[in-house]
Design a protein around this ligand. Structure first.
Ligand SMILES: NC(=O)c1ccc[n+]([C@@H]2O[C@H](COP(=O)([O-])OP(=O)(O)OC[C@H]3O[C@@H](n4cnc5c(N)ncnc54)[C@H](O)[C@@H]3O)[C@@H](O)[C@H]2O)c1
Ligand SMILES: CCCCC[C@H](O)CC\C=C/C=C/C=C/[C@@H](O)[C@@H](O)CCCC(=O)O
Length: 251
């Protein structure tokens, strides 16, 4: 299931993207890691390269820049000859610069999804595959201290679910899944920047309610989404209590 498969993971210099890339490499996949943060990307690349040799390549990429993202896909296909998995993981929290928040989280995911479909659809020369989009519990609940972030993550769910129901996509072997974790122990949840939230105290209260998961907590759900080839269109919440498929709300 993993051995010999080829993946693109955005925002993979650190945090969940780095963890996901490590999981794939450990299981024998080939991975193109990419991130806007060149210095952190270089460090992660060196670390992975020493363990996984030619199974890892790296390409700096800001997901708000279509040409840079296209280059990630081009390089991956040129190097490994195929593409089987796209993890649209790059994300930020920034309520002051809410435009950037939407552009990275939602538009970046849309760009990555479109490229993923272009490279993996059977009618376009691909072999089918999985597009795994990172949403959040903030894509399911309203979040009063990060409204733009919540909007971006709600958008990721709507976008992913919509394509997963399109016959041209389903019939050409591409499936799409959304992961929606609560708080995970990465730099994202650090209260280190006033521009992130509109009310750090409000954020703190919700973090206390949900607790903080280790990145390890997310791995089995990530692995299962890849292994379960029947899984298309799922939106999966992940909290300390476990993982649950969120049913479609009916009007
Ligand atoms: N940590 C959490 O509590 C949590 C919970 C739910 C969902 N998520 C989502 O998981 C994903 C990963 O977040 P994380 O917790 O690992 O955060 P993180 O801040 O540790 O990592 C995010 C990575 O994305 C990169 N990035 C930021 N802007 C980018 C851009 N324009 N182009 C390319 N890369 C960019 C960063 O440089 C960083 O390496 C995000 O989509 C986030 O919204 C995180
Ligand atoms: C502060 C860090 C910002 C990063 C956000 C991460 O993506 C994680 C967001 C995770 C969960 C947020 C949930 C918020 C829910 C509340 O606003 C509330 O509505 C939930 C109420 C649920 C209940 O009462 O059962």
């Amino acid at each position: 299931m993993f051995s010999g498969r080829v993946a693109v993971v955005t925002g993979s210099a650190q945090g969940l993207g780095k963890v996901f890339s490590g999981v794939l490499l450990e299981r024998g996949s080939k991975v193109c890691i990419s991130d806007v943060n060149q210095s952190e990307l270089e460090k992660t690349y060196k670390e992975f390269k020493s363990k996984y040799a030619e199974n890892v390549i790296s390409q700096q990429c800001d997901v708000t820049d279509s040409e840079q993202l296209k280059e990630v896909f081009r390089k991956t296909k040129d190097t490994y000859g195929q593409l089987d998995l796209v993890v649209n993981n790059a994300g930020i929290v920034n309520e002051k610069n809410w435009q950037q928040c939407i552009d990275v989280n939602l538009n970046g995911t849309i760009r990555g999804t479109m490229l993923g479909m272009e490279y993996m659809r059977k009618d376009k020369g691909g072999k089918g595959g999985l597009i795994l989009n990172m949403s959040s519990l903030a894509g399911i609940f309203p979040v009063n201290y990060t409204p733009a972030y919540a909007a971006s993550k709600h958008g990721v769910i709507g976008y992913t679910r919509s394509w997963s129901m399109h016959p041209d996509v389903v019939n050409n072997g591409v499936r799409l899944v959304c992961l929606c974790p609560a708080f995970v122990d990465t730099d994202m949840i650090k209260m280190d920047d006033d521009s992130k939230f509109v009310g750090t105290d409000l954020a703190q209260q919700v973090i206390e309610k949900f607790g903080i998961m280790s990145t390890d907590h997310i791995i089995p759900v990530f692995v299962n989404a890849i292994e379960d080839e029947e899984n298309n269109g799922s939106v999966i919440s992940i909290t300390l209590k476990g993982a649950n498929k969120i049913p479609l709300p009916m009007p």
